[in-house]
Design a protein around this ligand. Sequence first.
Ligand SMILES: Cc1cc2nc3c(=O)[nH]c(=O)nc-3n(C[C@H](O)[C@H](O)[C@H](O)COP(=O)(O)OP(=O)(O)OC[C@H]3O[C@@H](n4cnc5c(N)ncnc54)[C@H](O)[C@@H]3O)c2cc1C
Length: 452
Amino acid sequence: MPTTIKRNSAGAESNDLGAGAVYRNEPEFAAAVAGFNTAASMQPDVVVPVWSTGDIRRVVEYAAGIGAPVTVQATGHGYTYPVSSGILIDTSGMRGVDIDVQAGTATVQAGARWSDVHAAAGRHGLAGLVGSSSDIGVVGFCLGGGFPILGRTYGFASDRILAAELVTGDGVLHHVDSREPELLWALQGGKANVGIVASLTIELVHLHRVFGGGIFFPGESAAAVVHEFARWAPTLPVEAGTSIALLRLPADPSIPEPLRGQFVVHLRFAFTGPAEDGDELVAPMRAVSPAIFDQVGDMPYADIDAVHSDPRDAMPYTEGGVLLGAFPEEAATALIEAAGPDSDATLPLVEVRLMGGAYGVGTGAVNGRGSEFFASVVALIGGTQLPEARDEIDRIIGALRPWATGSAVNLNGPAATRSESAALWSPDTVRRLSELRRVHDPAGIIRAGHTV
Ligand SMILES: Cc1cc2nc3c(=O)[nH]c(=O)nc-3n(C[C@H](O)[C@H](O)[C@H](O)COP(=O)(O)OP(=O)(O)OC[C@H]3O[C@@H](n4cnc5c(N)ncnc54)[C@H](O)[C@@H]3O)c2cc1C
């Protein structure tokens, strides 16, 4: 039985967790565990806010001493499985970003979000490889591979990890860089398997603008738009990234009238080249159907969240994802049948992203190098609807199964068991990650997400 950690009569300080630690059943506990996914079942014994590398090391050392499981949360965008014991390290207060303009790098603290990187790097004409939302934590995103909007141009975000301060499960602080190649490899897509990252140094790219945005098409054009996407997307140059999303939007007053409560198709597009070339590239999609809104144009890189327009308020959801070797017209038909406007589907988002290009190049632990597309599915859930939501996700992913090549740890959703987690990487990657865990975390205390 794992030890249950409680506040003792001498006060929290005496167990090394610090005065800020919040224990289960204390009034502040619900706020202390809250993250972006309000359906997450987060019931650690104690939440420990950390402010420095030293804090993280002290907490992991303490946990290793008593054999308590350790998990970590920065924003809660990546909740993967219920937490029912042990210590939750809360890094949300560690949002420092240090830019080295000469080197073109950012060193971010464990809780920094992509918005923090935009703010610090943008003024130097530098950019980080953000995904669909800059509210996401840089560390969690990058350790999971990180599908950036411009991944075809620049590769997985994990390929840009240069160095890290890493506390392994034995409580040792490692300064990881190319001189510790195996740990560096593991951080480049192996998620939290090798420990808790206190800071990460990533390479930035020189970029201050993109041509991009979203086009909302009416539901009745869904089949035509998705079929054209299947023909058009593979013809794009690597300087362009795109995805197509089937959206069931809520009847929420904050959503503009023509979209509110509607089924719509959302084309997402971003291109690093000149606006005239971008206009030419998007023309075949614009020709398919009149749009409800066409918001594609030149924009500062700092506004790149407008490409996806992801929700920003916390919500209850679960998700699933699948890597695809191709998305031919047969797959478009299968997707429309499973999730289109005339299907029984109820979930708010099904997205198919184009991969290829620079995604295929690199050496880290990330899965999905050879894949050409990634499909992700999000279902909203109330307290008792989880099984139904998972069934619906499985049904839609099942429709794309003929083209499946595996899965990816980011955007994959929960993995209930270690073997489900292990299926997110190749057998050889699992072997290498397991060996690193055996050496650096012999008691197996780090259980922060998908653990092999
Ligand atoms: C709205 C939305 C949009 C998204 N869009 C994209 C996208 O475009 N591309 C993409 O690749 N992913 C995307 N994701 C998935 C997201 O990148 C992952 O879920 C990521 O893990 C979130 O990291 P976080 O720190 O924000 O979340 P958290 O829930 O705080 O952390 C999630 C996990 O990250 C790991 N982690 C976080 N901090 C540390 C640390 N200091 N040390 C070790 N491990 C750590 C742990 O495994 C932890 O369980 C999206 C998710 C959401 C909800």
